[in-house]
Design a protein. Structure first.
Length: 259
């Protein structure tokens, strides 16, 4: 199986997974990038996976379905370009001979889902398509969910195997890491990773996929229980309640206004 990100708009990635003949794509906000790529590489589109309803993730679905007849799979409870197969926690999607487990991960939107493949029997590391829930060094904005929901959703993702390849839907890494360095300045792994990502972006290379093991070491939104982050949160907002949810809530609000 080959995994690659197709850049779309200014900072979206449309993830492609293929076996040399058939492909699946995740969150095609536009169709042209996907159709061009399929044409150039002579592949058939089998499945379109959708994580949430935002237009930069769904805008290409109608044109792709018309051009390819691909099956569309998306969240149970979001407005979606019909028809599609609707799935949520407990469901498994079969595609390209793989089983993808579905998790509800509310927070960015109310019905956001993620797709996880444990890689068993493939020789490949596990794989996570998490849309706008978990980013490298950051997490999605809370448009429709509460901090408690997002913290629970991120905790579910953080419990996946460390080797899991994390396929986020945006190249937000450098701006996330500027905030991460401000709130977790003594984190050596974070400093090393930031320098690495800087050099990748200077060469116009993606910083993704990340991994769960790495994100647990560098992402402040997966580290709200760490004393260093609690200290930073409290220095920013002295009313931050003790405990991970209070720290997470302060960090998420701070990131929204961080320049
Ligand atoms: Zn979104
Ligand atoms: Fe998005």
């Amino acid at each position: 199986m080959t995994l690659l990100p197709l850049p779309a708009f200014s900072d979206n990635y449309i993830w492609v997974l293929h076996d040399g003949q058939r492909a699946l794509v995740v969150d095609p906000g536009e169709s042209d990038a996907v159709l061009d790529w399929l044409g150039t590489n002579g592949l058939t589109l089998d499945t379109i996976l959708l994580t949430h309803h935002h237009g930069d993730h769904t805008g290409g679905v109608r044109a792709l379905r018309e051009a390819t007849g691909a099956r569309v799979v998306g969240p149970r409870a979001e407005p979606m370009p019909e028809p599609l197969v609707r799935v949520g926690t407990g469901d498994t999607v079969e595609a390209l001979g793989l089983n993808l487990e579905v998790f509800d991960v509310p927070g960015h939107t109310a019905g956001h889902i993620a797709f996880f493949c444990d890689g068993a029997g493939t020789g490949d590391a596990p794989l996570l398509f998490c849309g706008d829930t978990l980013f490298s060094g950051g997490c999605g904005r809370l448009f429709e969910g509460s901090p408690a929901q997002m913290l629970t959703s991120l905790g579910r993702l953080a419990s996946l195997p460390d080797a899991t390849r994390v396929c986020c839907a945006h190249e937000y890494t450098l701006s996330n890491l500027r905030f991460a360095l401000a709130v977790d300045p003594d984190n050596d792994a974070l400093q090393t990773y930031a320098a690495h990502c800087q050099s990748l972006r200077e060469r116009n290379l993606p910083t993704l996929p990340s991994s769960i093991g790495l994100e647990k070491r560098i992402n402040p939104f997966l580290r709200a229980e760490q004393p260093a982050l609690e200290r930073s949160a409290r220095a920013h907002d002295p009313d931050t309640p003790p405990g991970p949810l209070g720290v997470f809530t302060t960090l998420r609000a701070w990131k929204n206004v961080f320049q």
